[in-house]
Write a protein that binds this ligand. Structure first.
Ligand code: N01
Length: 541
C-alpha cells in the first residue's frame, strides 16, 4: 500500500482518543485514528465481565469539555455499570460525529521515526502505511491482558475467559462449575455476580485484597441536579484535587486522633462507600501506623461479614498497607463467601501446580471445572506500548530504552522520540486518579503544544535527556516517600514475571502535577527542545 500522509495519527478510541480526535479535528489537523476493537470505548469496550462498573462516581467520571454534553446525559446509578459507560462513549462518538474518522478493527503494529523527514512512519495490521508529523498513543494504561503461564494451560478442554477480554454476547454460567483465578478489582466485582449464576464457584486467591463497599444505588434526581447546576465550579475544583475527584478528605493527621475518633472516621467512610475511607486522614498512605489502623478496621469488618472464621482470616489482607495495591470497591464481595456454592482456595497454602484437561491441580487437590475465568490482570502502563514496534531517533526501540523501567518527562513524552505523545503515560498521575480528569488534562496540554508549534513554525518537540532524568528521579523519590512501594502491585510491575520493579505512575497528586505542566509551558516549555520547520529556516536564510 502506498504511503499516505496526515498530520496526526491517534492510536486508540477510548475516552482519551475520542476527546483528542474531537479537539484536533476542530482545529483543522488531518487525522488517522486506529482502534483494535470494532467500536469506541476502550477499557469499557473490552471489560464486559459481569459486575463491571466504575468505582468513581459517574457525575465525576464523565467528560467536562462540553456543557451541553454534561447537561444532556443522565446516569442511572451513582457508580455506573460498564454497559452504561459504553453507551455514553457511543453517545459522545455520535454526538460529535467522531466515528467517521476512526478505522476500527485495525491494530497499529509499528511506528518508526524517520529522522530525515522528521515524521513518523506508521504501519497497521491491515497493511496501511502512513507518514504523520505527530503520533499520539491513546492506548490506555490497563489494556494488555495477561494470563499467567500455568503449566498445562493448553491441555484444558473447558472454556476459558479473561475479564479484560470478555465475549460481547455475554456468558451464561447457569448450572456450571467455574473457577476464578485472581482477586483484584475485576475478580472482586465479577465474583458476586457469577456466584449467583454458577452451580459452584471456586475462587483461587494468591493475595487477599482490601475491598470497601461501593454503596452503589440509583442516581437520585436531586443528586444529579446538585452537580449539573454547579458543574462549572465543581469541575474546576475537581481538576485541582489530589485524585481528580471531589470526595471527603480529612486534611488532618491520623497520628493525633484517638482510637475512638479513628473508629468513628472509618465507620463514616465505610458507611459512605466508595474509596472515602482512605480519605479519612492525610497521612493514610504516608504513615504505616496510621495505615495499619484502617487496615485492621477493614479486617475486622471482614471477620464480621464472613461467617466461617478460617475463611474470613484467609480473605483478610495482611502484610501490605491498605491502598498500596489499587483499592477494590465491591458490592457484596465478602458476603459471597457465605454462600454454599462458593469455595475459597488460598494458593499460597496450596499452590496451583498445573492446569489439567478437566480443571486444575493444586498441591493437595484436583478440581474439575466447566470454565476457568482468569481475573489475572494486565501488563499495565508499558505492555500495550511494547506490543507496537516503536523506534525513535537512530532506530532505538522504546522497549530497549525502557528496559529498566519507563523513562518519560511528565509522562507525556520520552527523549529521542520526537513528536510521540502518550496520554496518561507512565510518570503521570494517570491510574492513581480519576482517569477522565487526567485524560482531559493531557489532551488539552498536547493540543496546546501542537498549536504552539504550528504558531511558531516548529517541526519537532521532545524532552531533553536532562529534564527526563530529573523527572524520573522525582517520580521515584516521591513514590518512596509513600507506603506504595511496600506492596507487590501492578503499579510496581510486580504482577509480571521479569518486569522491572519501578513505581510507574506519579504519586505526587494530580492538582500539583497539573500546576507543574502549566508552569513548564509558562516557562517557555522548560525541559523540551524544538526543531524549527526546515522550509522556514531555508526561507529565512
Ligand atoms: O487485575 P489485578 P484486575 N497466579 O492485577 C492474581 C482497574 N480496574 O483486572 O495480587 C495466581 O488487580 C493477582 O494476585 P496478586 C484497576 O485499576 C478498575 O483485577 O498479584 N494469581 C490478583 O489477585 C485495577 O487495579 C475497575 O498476588 C494471579 C489478580 O490476579 C486494574 O484495573 C474495575 C497470578 C489480578 O488483579 C487491574 O485489575 C476493574 C498468578 N500467576 C479493574 N497472576 C473499576 O472499577 C495474577 N494473579 C474502575
Amino acid at each position: 500500500m502506498s504511503l499516505q500522509k496526515c498530520d496526526v495519527v491517534i492510536v486508540g478510541a477510548g475516552f482519551a482518543g475520542l476527546y483528542l480526535l474531537h479537539r484536533l479535528r476542530g482545529l483543522g489537523y488531518s487525522i488517522r485514528m486506529f482502534e483494535a476493537g470494532d467500536d469506541v470505548g476502550g477499557t469499557w469496550y473490552w471489560n464486559r465481565y459481569p459486575g463491571a462498573r466504575c468505582d468513581v462516581e459517574s457525575m465525576q467520571y464523565s467528560y467536562s469539555f462540553s456543557e451541553e454534553l454534561q447537561q444532556e446525559w443522565d446516569w442511572s446509578e451513582r457508580f455506573s455499570a460498564q454497559p452504561e459507560i459504553l453507551e455514553y462513549a457511543g453517545h459522545v462518538a455520535d454526538r460529535f460525529d467522531l466515528r467517521r474518522s476512526i478505522e476500527f478493527e485495525t491494530t497499529v503494529t509499528a511506528a518508526h521515526f524517520d529522522e530525515g523527514a522528521r515524521r513518523w512512519n506508521i504501519e497497521t495490521d491491515k497493511g496501511a502505511r502512513i507518514s504523520a508529523q505527530y503520533c499520539v498513543m491513546a492506548t490506555g494504561c490497563i489494556s494488555s491482558t495477561q494470563i499467567p503461564d500455568f503449566p498445562g494451560l493448553s491441555d484444558y478442554q473447558g472454556k476459558t475467559y479473561h475479564t479484560g477480554n470478555w465475549p460481547h454476547a455475554g456468558v451464561d454460567f447457569t448450572g456450571k462449575r467455574i473457577a476464578v483465578i485472581g482477586t483484584g478489582s475485576s475478580g472482586i466485582q465479577a465474583i458476586p455476580v457469577m456466584a449467583e449464576q454458577a452451580a459452584h464457584m471456586t475462587v483461587f486467591q494468591r493475595t487477599p485484597n482490601y475491598s470497601l463497599p461501593a454503596r452503589n444505588g440509583p442516581m437520585t434526581p436531586e443528586y444529579a441536579r446538585s452537580w449539573k447546576d454547579n458543574y462549572a465550579a465543581l469541575r474546576e475544583e475537581q481538576r485541582h484535587t489530589p485524585k481528580g475527584a471531589i470526595r471527603e478528605f480529612n486534611d488532618v493527621s491520623g497520628l493525633t486522633a484517638s482510637e475512638d475518633e479513628r473508629r468513628a472516621a472509618y465507620e463514616k467512610g465505610w458507611a459512605r462507600g466508595g474509596a472515602s475511607l482512605l480519605g479519612s486522614y492525610r497521612d493514610m498512605l504516608l504513615d504505616g501506623s496510621v495505615n495499619e489502623t484502617a487496615a485492621e478496621f477493614v479486617r475486622d469488618k471482614i471477620r464480621v461479614i464472613v461467617h466461617d472464621g478460617a475463611v474470613a482470616e484467609r480473605l483478610a489482607a495482611k502484610g501490605y498497607p491498605i491502598g498500596t495495591k489499587r483499592i477494590c470497591i465491591d458490592s457484596g464481595y465478602f458476603e459471597t463467601f457465605n454462600r454454599d456454592n462458593v469455595e475459597l482456595v488460598d494458593i499460597n497454602e496450596t499452590p496451583i501446580e498445573r492446569i489439567t484437561e478437566q480443571g486444575l491441580r493444586t498441591s493437595d487437590n484436583a478440581f474439575e471445572f466447566d470454565a476457568i475465568v482468569f481475573a489475572t490482570g494486565f501488563d499495565a502502563m508499558t505492555g500495550t506500548l511494547f506490543k507496537i514496534d516503536i523506534q525513535g531517533r537512530a532506530g532505538a526501540t522504546l522497549r530497549g530504552k525502557w528496559d529498566a523501567g519507563p523513562r518519560t518527562y511528565l509522562g507525556l513524552m520520552t527523549a529521542a522520540f520526537p513528536n510521540l505523545f502518550m496520554i496518561t503515560g507512565p510518570g503521570s498521575p494517570s491510574v492513581l486518579t480519576n482517569m477522565m480528569v487526567s485524560i482531559e488534562q493531557h489532551v488539552d496540554w498536547i493540543t496546546e503544544s501542537l498549536l504552539h508549534m504550528r504558531a511558531q513554525g516548529l517541526e519537532t518537540m521532545e524532552p531533553t535527556l536532562e529534564a527526563e532524568d530529573e523527572w524520573v528521579e522525582h517520580v521515584n523519590v516521591v513514590a518512596h516517600r509513600t507506603l506504595f512501594p511496600l506492596a507487590a502491585s501492578w503499579y510496581m510491575g510486580a504482577n509480571i514475571p521479569g518486569k522491572p520493579r519501578i513505581f510507574m505512575p506519579y504519586v505526587g497528586d494530580a492538582g500539583t502535577y497539573r500546576k507543574i505542566c502549566d508552569e513548564v509551558v509558562a516557562d517557555g516549555y522548560k525541559g523540551f527542545s524544538f526543531q524549527p520547520n526546515a522550509a522556514r529556516v531555508a526561507a529565512a536564510e
